[in-house]
Design a binder for this molecule. Structure first.
Ligand code: BDP
Length: 717
């Protein structure tokens, strides 16, 4: 494939000298001058008469943001008044602080929005009208301010329209898989932004921008460290470092969590055991937790990966997950802390289909976990594959708090070279009907706590953030960070809404730009599934780094090989998980079993996930399965080219640095899509023994060559 390398070099040189080009650092908070005159004067009149009903660190954070808004949008400074009535136009305060000037009805309306909700609109007082942003707590106001800023950025601000909102999920959390040496497990955007070595003395300004970005999309919790945890994070030195970060994040409403290594009592406590029922172990965790709270009084709690992929856990001592989790939950409870226990468990010693292992472990324990435990469940039962049917645990347990774990970092979805907007995939999962505990239940309604009396709700996303100047490696990967926050705030939001919002905030409101970028975003996930794992194929990527195709990967533990999952043979392909096969399908509600149990009924996107079907199986469009597989792979490649063309057509309207960054990455994506298609089709052809359909671009290259490719230094391992 021809790459205009000189063109690229020229561009790089040009941008390194031209500081006005956009490197993406400001994310969706790039406050550009307001073009529209009436909006401009409206915003100006508000920013020149701000009155805060009190003082606190969150109000300082709001002031900082308003300063940036005034500078960027109006090239001026805001004016903060000391007197509520003198020349003020814009009031900011809590419901209580404004109680004197609010009607009782308005007070009740705002109260109902809860701790993090906000209301913004006009209030009349003594014959004059003021614009106000009000919440029950300062953090609600902060969210309201960001929402107000967004409305200006997207040119929809109208003073006379009231707007109120509140989150539907309580804990909206990023999980960083960051190691203490600053490498990031499955990180594709440079190193960890946590500079542990220079903490606590040095506060990188980037921490504040990180907190601003999170608060602007409603994220209120972060777990700083890898789930494959290092016990050192629980030593006093590291607690001081974590405290420094917690202090930066607090005004932005963000709580810090840490990952706890189950064997820490042995590694840093000098004990001989980590048995959760051992009195010395219990005492170790109690003391550790108390110490943690002495540094971080609002510490969120611990996140734990136990007895999975070689991580230590309660099973070593003959104890179950509930006994392990509850012991830690007891240590946290007096401080109001939360224990998040991951359901991503499977063992190579267990012969049972990996798909089934989490349910087998957790279903019998339903109701046995303490109230301050949340079970964090990945969206699907295998592992963040390009597409997975929803995890059967959603709906199966209903006397335990459950939370969602999505993966924002694109471990299996093209890492930092592929443009893939993940929201349609998340939306598909959230809208999936679980039929349990009630016939109308969906994954989303279960998560929102609507179906049970679950008090604590959680949506976690594995972060895609690193030290790259644009934070996420690929500029478009910013959309996934943004979308995650929006979805955690409101799991009922649609992909279209998020795409439009992100595009407008990132690229402005030119209609052609918005329409075309939204089209790219909204088609990108299906496109990636087509050229990677169509029709329910899964886990066929390169070994360990998970970069590129590897349907031939064999050797070592069976559940880390590809044939374990695709089961291709001369008769057909796919994993039979019906009752004739592994039986995993039976872990779902009977309605799901009925819908998905028949290969002719199941949505084709899940076909090979649950069924082993013959190569000549007829698909709905008349293709045989073999032809269908080939057509999907081919369509994936062609759609990447379509994305390239659409992007190219926007050249004159996009910042040149951003344009070229995405242009180059789309070229890599095209090559990688072709690689996936060629390698997978050539490999599967050795089983199907059928020719490729004539209407597809014939896969070129040699299977042995694709198999020989090695990437020992691929990122994220
Ligand atoms: C897999 C990753 C691995 C993680 C694991 C987990 O490949 O690096 O440690 O998930 O979620 O997706 O614990």
């Amino acid at each position: 494939m021809y790459r205009p390398i000189y063109f690229t070099l020229l561009f790089c040189l040009f941008f390194s000298l031209n500081s006005s080009a956009n490197d993406g650092y400001k994310l969706w908070l790039d406050y550009q001058p307001i073009q529209e005159q009436s909006l401009k004067s409206e915003v100006k009149s508000l920013l020149e008469g701000i009155y805060f009903f009190g003082e606190n660190p969150t109000f300082d954070a709001i002031k900082n943001e308003l300063n940036l808004v005034a500078k960027g949008m109006l090239n001026s400074d805001p004016i903060y008044s000391k007197d509520r009535l003198q020349n003020t136009t814009f009031w900011i305060g809590t419901r209580e602080q404004l109680s004197q000037v609010l009607s009782l009805t308005k007070q009740a309306e705002i109260k109902a929005l809860g701790a993090e909700g906000y209301w913004r609109g006009e209030i009349e007082f003594e014959g004059k009208s003021y614009y106000a942003i009000i919440g029950n707590q300062p953090v609600g106001i902060l969210y309201g301010v960001y929402n107000w800023i967004n409305s200006i950025q997207s040119n929809t601000f109208n003073k006379s329209i009231e707007f109120a909102d509140a989150p539907k999920i309580k804990l909206r959390m990023l999980n960083h898989w960051d190691n203490l040496d600053r490498t990031v497990e499955r990180g594709y955007a440079g190193f960890s932004i946590w500079d542990w070595h220079r903490l606590p003395g040095y506060i990188d300004p980037r921490y504040i921008d990180y907190a601003r970005a999170n608060a602007s999309i409603g994220i209120n919790a972060v777990s700083l460290t890898n789930v494959n945890a290092n016990a050192l994070i629980l030593t006093t030195d590291f607690m001081k470092k974590a405290k420094a970060l917690a202090d930066v994040f607090r005004p932005y409403g963000i709580k810090v969590f840490l990952t706890a290594r189950f064997s820490a009592p042995i590694q840093i406590g000098g004990l001989k055991t980590a048995d959760p029922l051992d009195p010395e172990v219990i005492e170790f965790w109690k003391k550790k937790t108390d110490e943690m709270y002495s540094f971080i009084p609002d510490f969120g709690g611990f996140l734990v990966k136990a007895n999975s992929e070689g991580q230590p856990g309660p099973h070593e001592y003959g104890r179950n997950h509930a006994e392990g989790a509850n012991m830690l939950a007891d240590a946290l409870a007096p401080h109001g802390g939360i224990l998040i226990w991951r359901a991503f468990v499977y063992s190579h010693e267990d012969e049972v289909d990996r798909h089934m292992q989490a349910n087998n472990e957790f279903e019998p324990l339903d109701g046995k976990f303490k109230d301050n435990v949340i079970i964090q469940i990945k969206n699907g039962a295998i592992d963040f594959q390009p597409r997975e049917p929803f995890h059967p645990l959603f709906g199966a347990i209903n006397q335990t708090n459950v939370g969602m774990e999505f993966q924002i970092t694109q471990e299996y979805l093209g890492q930092a070279t592929n443009l893939v907007f993940l929201t349609p995939m998340w939306e598909e999962v959230l809208k999936s009907k679980t039929y349990r505990p009630t016939p109308s239940s969906t994954v989303g309604s279960v998560l929102e706590g609507k179906e049970t009396n679950q008090k604590m709700t959680l949506m976690a996303g594995v972060s895609n953030i690193g030290t790259d100047r644009n934070w996420t490696g690929h500029l478009f990967a910013q959309s996934n960070w943004f979308a995650f926050g929006k979805m955690a705030w409101n799991p009922e939001i649609t992909s279209e809404e998020i795409a439009k919002e992100w595009t407008e905030l990132t690229f402005g409101q030119d209609q052609e730009v918005v329409t075309k970028i939204d089209e790219i975003l909204l088609e990108s996930h299906e496109t990636a599934v087509d050229y990677m794992t169509p029709l329910g194929l899964h886990h066929i990527m390169g070994r360990s780094h998970h970069y590129g195709p590897g349907p031939w990967v064999m050797g070592g533990r069976a559940d880390w090989t590809a044939p374990y999952y695709h089961q291709a043979d001369s008769l057909g392909i796919g994993f039979d998980r019906t009752s004739d096969g592994s039986g995993a399908l039976d872990q779902y509600a009977p309605e799901v079993v009925q819908n998905w149990g028949d290969p002719h009924q199941i949505p084709e996107k899940y076909l090979l996930w649950f069924h082993h079907v013959p190569w000549d199986f007829k698909l709905k469009n008349g293709d045989t399965l073999w032809e269908g597989i080939a057509h999907h792979y081919d369509r994936g490649v062609k759609n990447v080219r379509k994305m390239q063309e659409t992007w190219a057509s926007l050249e004159s309207k996009i910042d040149p640095e951003e344009f070229d960054h995405v242009r180059q990455l789309l070229e890599i994506q095209e090559e990688e899509a072709e690689w996936w298609r060629n390698a997978c089709l050539l490999y599967f052809q050795t089983f199907s023994n059928r020719p490729f359909p004539t209407d597809i671009e014939q896969p070129e290259g040699d299977l042995e060559y694709y198999k020989s490719l090695m990437f020992p230094n691929a990122p994220g391992i």
